[in-house]
Design a protein around this ligand. Structure first.
Ligand SMILES: Cc1ncc(COP(=O)(O)O)c(C=O)c1O
Length: 389
């Protein structure tokens, strides 16, 4: 077994990884191996039956009409924007605290990124900030279901309707999450998923999908992912090669049947963290009422975040930051002209958030070990300890 899986004798030797994809593979090995072998034997490696089968299953799981697989979540966002008719200079509103892909997709699709601040309690885009950012050039908004929690769609959809904007949902971290009876991905005109290996539903390589109830959008994305072809060598649109590999479709087909159980297990792990961290100056982000959280990440706020991470790292506990630099302060987006202080909530969050290890196979004992290390970190004298101030 690789070092990730060794349960050592003493806590000081223990390593707690951020995710453990090997443990998941072990639980699925015979089915995955059979599915991969079937693709190898078929000789068809690009799109093909495993991808088409998965597209049907995922659409039905989400309760949407169409699912079009592509080779990354970024490609899904990009082609979604093109299919929605984004034109040169059209403005699209994106949250200040998210992965860079949403901004990239807007720019590659010819649009202009407009940043909006996030809500302090759950770090998803603030509907009031969306409304304040609308101009006559605004065409759409890309809310992000950050960390596995759907954005505030009740308010976002009514703002969008009021201003005639499209909503392209970035559900790349929210496979299987829901808000009321509706699953993440199904809120806007279209939704984008990533199947990057560490996602709640992950391929064994790159992958993504655009889901929609609009057959016209699906048809355009289906052509755009394959060089704009409507028939072989008949190019109706200028597209890309964003096709998903058959091997990834086969893996996703096996994994989809486990998604709800894995998400339930992630929620359990998050619950153990909530209990174990209670009373410490380590605050979990809010889970809003009516949300079924996919707990892609378990993000907490700590005032002395960097010292806290160092203390955990000394105990072999891997943590990450999602994300250390807000979108508007990224070097590549400097031409947008935003400066420090433009989006204070996102900026404050970026200085305090830390993502703790979470994966469905994580045991209560390991969560307990992380919480105990967190308590020791908080008790340390100096800037790393106490109340963190
Ligand atoms: C919120 C969000 N959007 C978009 C993406 C991009 O997905 P991909 O890495 O598959 O291109 C990611 C992936 O990390 C993500 O977390």
């Amino acid at each position: 077994m690789p070092p990730d899986h060794v349960t050592p004798e003493t806590p000081s030797e223990r390593r707690i990884p951020f995710v453990d994809l090997r443990a998941q593979y072990e639980s699925l090995r015979p089915e995955i191996d059979d599915a991969l072998r079937a693709v190898l034997e078929s000789g068809q490696f690009v799109l093909g039956r495993p991808v088409a089968d998965f597209e049907r299953s995922f659409a039905s799981y989400l309760g949407v009409r169409e699912c079009v697989c592509v080779n990354s979540g970024t490609a899904a966002l990009h082609l979604g924007l093109v299919a929605l008719g984004l034109g040169a200079g059209d403005e699209v509103i994106v949250p200040a605290n998210t992965f860079f892909a949403a901004a990239e997709a807007v720019i590659w699709a010819g649009g202009r990124v407009v940043v909006a601040d996030v809500s302090e309690d759950d770090a998803t885009i603030d509907p009031g900030a969306i409304e304040a950012a609308v101009t006559p050039r605004t065409r759409g908004v890309v809310p992000v279901d950050l960390y596995g929690q759907p954005a505030r769609y009740d308010e976002i959809l009514s703002i969008a309707a009021r201003h005639g904007l499209f909503v392209l949902e970035d559900a790349c971290q929210a496979h299987g999450a829901a808000l009321g009876a509706r699953k993440a991905g199904a809120f806007g005109a279209a939704g984008a998923f990533s199947f990057y290996p560490g996602k709640n539903l992950g391929a064994y390589g790159e992958g993504g999908a655009l889901v929609t109830n609009d057959p016209g959008i699906a048809e355009r994305v289906r052509a755009l992912r394959d060089h704009g072809q409507v028939r072989k060598y008949d190019h109706a649109l200028v597209g890309h090669n964003f096709r998903l590999e058959a091997l990834q479709g086969a893996v996703l087909g096996v994994k989809l049947s486990r998604l709800d159980a894995w998400n339930a297990q992630r929620r359990r792990v998050a619950g153990w963290y909530r209990e174990g961290l209670a009373g410490l100056p380590v605050r979990m982000l809010a889970e809003r009422q009516g949300v079924l959280h996919a707990q892609h990440l378990c993000v907490v706020r700590v005032a002395s975040r960097d010292a806290f991470r160092r203390a955990l790292a000394e105990e072999g506990i891997e943590t990450l930051i999602h994300y250390p630099i807000p979108l508007h302060l990224q070097t590549a987006l400097r031409p947008l002209g935003y400066g420090a202080g433009a989006f204070p909530i996102a900026e404050r969050l970026c200085g305090e958030i830390v993502s703790l290890p979470i994966y469905p196979e994580m045991s209560r004992e390991l969560v307990g070990a992380v919480c105990a290390a967190a308590e020791r970190a908080c008790r340390r004298p100096g800037p790393s300890g106490g109340d963190g101030r």
